[in-house]
Design a protein around this ligand. Structure first.
Ligand code: URA
Length: 416
């Protein structure tokens, strides 16, 4: 067996065997096969797709490329969630304390953001003092004692994905359903939880632009998880519009706290509803209770303040300063005004994501430094009536805000 034969086979739309998939993953992870050959193979996969069997064996080989986290010393059914990423998606920050406050252990490994999709780790690290690099001992202790820990993925968790993702990012091969499914599910399975709720986004601000594509991705991921002995529930949600009001690292942590405080003036119903859905699915998968009972339990811990207390506990046990949970003034603040009058048909999530990236809230490359205080605070949301000249958003940045950025923000508000 050699890599040229494997590339030829995929080019000719033939199914790769488990052994062939294992061969290229193993030898690419150990640098035996060069980037240029894997680039060709990735493009053949991107163009010709993979069968369910191929995607399953790809995921399995990727898991086997590194460590698998052993959570067996944590009592109870461990539940995880994953979002395929979107603009203003701070759901993890809100649902993990909700679930932990209901007594369900949450052992969560999250990633950093790249491009317009923010990462939970960046958001948490925007809080003064907060650490997401936890030793495995501290991680397990925190989950046992406080029912919650959120950490960055360790260096040897699915090393194959680290190499493949970096290569996909520069070879136009990110948007492939089998590659996305294997990338996400390998990390979720290797992270050790018993149950996984998948929040698959579709729309302009997501990898999957249509509901149909999102459904195929959701079904592919669920089937891989189930074959590997995990309980999986997938939910498909809209990412045509940014979620909530804030897009930017620290701004999103503050919005999460406001929502858990019951202060709906600084957040939006769409975020509340999405969090109730995801948290209730996590509770349902962990307890086997009905969805109705799960929704009631979730709403109760938001209303009685237990989830807020757990949120503050999470910040504190990971070294963060809860008195730092407020918005900082940035050097430049610009009000974005409506360029017409009417009803907001949509706020283009992709454009708002690009604006927040340009303001300093996101990374263009893995090495880019973030401005934790930068971002976009939306005032206008879908369905709102606005008049020309009304403030529809505020832009925050420490590196200057160009006319092009302001124009892009103005045009993100599509009126009817
Ligand atoms: N998120 C991942 O972890 N991998 C992908 O391929 C896409 C989104």
């Amino acid at each position: 067996m050699n890599i040229i034969e494997i590339i030829e086979k995929k080019k000719n739309m033939l199914e790769l065997s488990a052994e062939e998939i294992e061969y290229f993953i193993k030898n690419y992870t150990t640098d035996e096969i060069p980037d240029y050959q894997i680039s060709a193979l990735l493009m053949a996969i991107r163009l010709n797709g993979m069968t369910d069997n191929e995607t399953f064996y790809l995921t399995k080989s990727m898991i086997e490329s590194g460590d698998v986290i052993d959570l067996s010393s944590i009592e109870g059914f461990k539940v995880d969630k994953h979002s395929t990423g979107g603009v203003g998606d701070k759901v993890t920050l809100i649902v993990t304390p909700i679930i932990a406050s209901l007594g369900i252990p949450v052992a969560k490994f999250s990633g950093k953001g790249l491009g317009i999709t923010g990462g939970t780790i960046d958001k948490l690290e925007s809080v003064k003092g907060l650490k997401t690099e936890l030793s495995s001992e501290l991680f397990i202790n925190n989950v046992n004692k406080h029912k919650i820990a959120v950490a960055g993925q360790t260096a040897n968790l699915v090393p194959a994905d680290k190499k493949l993702y970096a290569l996909r990012d520069v070879t136009g091969t990110v948007d492939s359903i089998p590659l996305i499914a294997a990338s996400i599910m390998s990390k979720k399975i290797a992270s050790g939880s018993d149950g996984i709720v998948l929040d698959v986004k579709c729309g302009s601000g997501a990898f999957m632009k249509t509901y149909e594509e999102a459904k195929v991705l959701a079904d592919t991921m669920s089937s891989i998880g189930e074959k590997l002995g995990r309980k999986v529930i997938a939910h498909i949600s809209d990412m045509d519009n940014p979620l909530g009001l804030m897009v930017g690292n620290k701004m999103e942590v503050v919005e999460a706290m406001e929502l858990l405080s019951g202060n709906m003036n600084n957040t939006h119903e769409d975020l509340y509803e999405e969090c109730v859905i995801i948290a209730s699915l996590m509770y349902e998968i962990a307890t086997g209770k009905s969805n109705e009972e799960s929704v009631t339990a979730v709403k109760e811990v938001i209303e009685n303040g237990k989830a807020l207390e757990k949120f503050k506990e999470l910040i504190t046990i990971q070294g963060g300063d809860v008195t730092d949970l407020h918005l900082n003034e940035t050097q430049y603040i610009v009000e974005v005004k409506a360029i017409g009058s009417g009803t907001v048909e949509k706020v283009n999530a992709l454009s708002i994501g690009e604006v927040s990236l340009a303001l300093g809230a996101g990374r263009l490359t893995k090495e880019s430094a973030l401005d934790y205080d930068a971002g976009v605070a939306l005032v206008g949301k879908k369905g709102m009536q606005i008049k020309q000249g009304d403030v529809v958003a505020r832009l925050y940045s420490n590196k200057g805000i160009t006319q092009d950025i302001i124009k892009k923000a103005e045009q993100a508000f599509v009126l009817k």
